[in-house]
Write a protein of this length. Structure first.
Length: 303
């Protein structure tokens, strides 16, 4: 039996017709967590605020760090046998070089601690490790950029939407690791079953430059292909212009922020061999992830 904790304000479309028990609560409300975990053997902690821009920093830290502290303490109190914490590759940070992908031993560098989301997930991991020291059997998984069917809120799917709208013609240098959502699901289950307590596992797929990823999206969807990759020297200037524009227009949730542009020049490439070796992490090609996401969006008339 699966029990799902959600807030009163949560969007529940993705849970429709699923055989799950729903419990109202909040990771910022410790009492609701203890009630929700009663009788649970396994807990997947996947709740988080995933917003990159700085004006939400206090909220990001509160939910991601304090919320995780509440979850792991409730798990200890309720005698949960196993907890899997969904962190992020953002807590690891970019690769030192494109030809040297980062692995689980790396942590977000001090110079990038302004990256609020990544820093908050790193601090949340520390809360999990503190609970492990207190006796909790917990494993940390670090998904990279997840793509595939079911992304109702266009989290990573916003990239496909932007491509279809012709908004990926000019791209920054740098690159990312991209993974199919089904592989991430398999990685979570395997981490619960055989992940080593206190260990991190990167759940990733292919390392691709932003341009190559956009070319694949264009080939699958028929979107316009990219035209230009910006030179690295231009990014600080572009970032400042974007920050100024967003400030003047007072855009609450901008399409792009200066911080995202600054990160764009980095290569978020990862070595996923540990998860492949220990968890049997599948490696579905990025092209297939795009195709599956595209067909799902089309079938649900979202694109």
């Amino acid at each position: 039996r699966v029990r799902v904790l959600h807030r009163l304000t949560s969007r529940l479309d993705a849970l429709e017709r699923l055989p799950v028990e729903r419990v109202v609560g909040d990771i910022l409300d410790p009492d609701s967590l203890c009630a929700a975990m009663q009788g649970c053997v396994l807990v997947f902690h996947v709740a988080a605020v995933a917003q990159y821009w700085r004006n939400h920093a206090d909220w990001v830290y509160r939910v991601n760090v304090e919320g995780t502290r509440n979850v792991v303490q409730a798990a200890l109190q309720c005698g949960v046998e196993r907890l899997v914490y969904t962190s992020s590759s953002a807590a690891i940070g970019p690769a030192p070089r494109p030809d040297a992908p980062a692995d689980e031993t790396q942590h977000l560098p001090e110079a990038l601690r302004w990256f609020v989301y990544g820093h908050s997930k790193l601090l949340a991991e520390q809360e999990v490790q503190h609970a492990v020291e207190q006796g909790l059997s917990a494993v940390i998984v670090n998904p990279t950029i997840v793509l595939g069917p079911g992304d109702l809120n266009f989290v990573s799917g916003s990239t496909i939407r932007a491509a279809v709208r012709g908004q990926l013609r000019i791209l920054p240098p740098g690159g990312s690791n991209l993974v199919h959502v089904q592989d991430v699901v398999a990685g979570h289950i395997a981490a619960a079953e055989r992940g080593r307590t206190g260990e991190r596992y990167i759940l990733g797929g292919e390392n691709l430059t932003h341009r190559r990823a956009a070319e694949i999206i264009a080939a699958v969807t028929g979107a316009p292909p990219p035209l230009l990759t910006l030179p690295a020297w231009s990014l600080p200037i572009v970032a400042r212009l974007i920050d100024a524009f967003n400030a003047v227009t007072r855009t609450r949730d901008p399409l792009v922020t200066g911080d995202q542009v600054r990160l764009g020049a980095q290569y978020f490439y990862y070595n996923c061999s540990k998860a492949i070796r220990e968890l049997g992490l599948p490696q579905t090609p990025f092209r297939q992830a795009v195709a599956d996401a595209w067909h799902w969006y089309r079938a649900h008339k979202l694109l």
